[in-house]
Design a protein around this ligand. Sequence first.
Ligand SMILES: Cc1cc2nc3c(=O)[nH]c(=O)nc-3n(C[C@H](O)[C@H](O)[C@H](O)COP(=O)(O)OP(=O)(O)OC[C@H]3O[C@@H](n4cnc5c(N)ncnc54)[C@H](O)[C@@H]3O)c2cc1C
Length: 388
Amino acid sequence: MYNPPDYYLVDELLTDEHRLIRDSVREWVSREVVPIIDAAAQNHTFPEYLFKQMGEIGAFGPYIPEKYGGAGMDQITYGVIMTELERGDSAIRSAASVQTSLVMYPIYTFGSEEQRLKYLPKLASGDLIGCFGLTEPNYGSDPGGMLTKFEDRGDHYLLNGSKMWITNSPIADIAVVWAKNEDGIVQGLIVEKGMQGFTAPETKNKWSLRASITGELVFDNVKVPKENILPNVSGLKGPLKCLNSARYGIAWGAIGAAMDCYNTALQYSLERKQFKKPIASFQLQQKKLAEMLTEITKAQLLIWRLGMLRNNDQATPAQISMAKRNNVEMALKIARDSRQILGAMGISGDYPIMRHMMNLESVITYEGTHDIHLLITGFDITGIAAFE
Ligand SMILES: Cc1cc2nc3c(=O)[nH]c(=O)nc-3n(C[C@H](O)[C@H](O)[C@H](O)COP(=O)(O)OP(=O)(O)OC[C@H]3O[C@@H](n4cnc5c(N)ncnc54)[C@H](O)[C@@H]3O)c2cc1C
């Protein structure tokens, strides 16, 4: 039975409904993810069959209205689901983050009613897999420089360019793609698998997020029907709003990975004996454990407050940057300290720590790098953008 730390009784801040959903996702992760995830990561394969199950447990679009297949729940619900999934693996949480925040969110927020009805229920159930194409080979932190573009050809748009580092792209049925129109303005297009000239080759040989599938999106004169443009947004604010939702979910998710590492290290330190004593009895190990729990507790309170602000539509992008940056760094440090507590066993796949640690090296970079989020906070404080 998985029993994560809750030092400040954060559980009491949740409603019965939050706890119910949290417990059912927790049970699913213990039953379906934990037993297979080490092998999936070792074999560098995404357990695709879990996608449909994630739809069944309500992991996709919890805050999207029920009319479109979501659960119509609040932002805290989305958060607690992300924490539970990332306890299993960041790859599983990434799949749910992309589907909810980067595919369902833009279709719901910027799409036409026809697009919402056509795609959202199937995305919510896991019958359709989506991906999000923003990053390009030469434009990562600076997406405004993107080269992918489309032209108006009368009865369709003609799309050309490429995206890389795209979670789920090789298995996706649809891609929300951000590209520039003839005036250089960024707009979103829904590109479907099977459209002529559209390919999504896999990116192999990753040392991180090995149980997630990543790839490119290549557009070679792809004819995109006019009804596939997202009509209600233009400019970079479209993708950036999606990233706000995803970054918020990551800040919750990272806590799940941190808790799994902490729990593992605590248990191990109580059982492992050296110099005739449990290693938990040595001050240096207690320091690590005490600091881990302190940081987890601070991260829990930070993200709960941010969730309440988001529920009231008050959270700013800079506040979200602060939480994503803080909580992912916290999780990565905890993974590193936990690995040391386990000594040699810390590198073994018999324990989840090394896998979480390697995953978090991607999580600290994607959806805005650690440094860029710091500069966003700096900009918010001073009014001076140090990243341009
Ligand atoms: C596993 C994985 C999955 C991903 N999934 C997706 C996805 O689904 N969709 C998608 O669109 N993208 C995805 N990405 C891409 C990710 O969002 C980018 O990697 C990220 O935005 C950083 O871009 P970059 O890697 O090109 O780094 P760069 O932008 O080249 O940055 C390199 C370094 O330079 C620093 N730097 C850059 N600019 C500045 C500056 N102005 N001041 C100071 N330092 C700076 C950065 O902080 C970083 O340390 C994924 C990435 C990974 C690893």
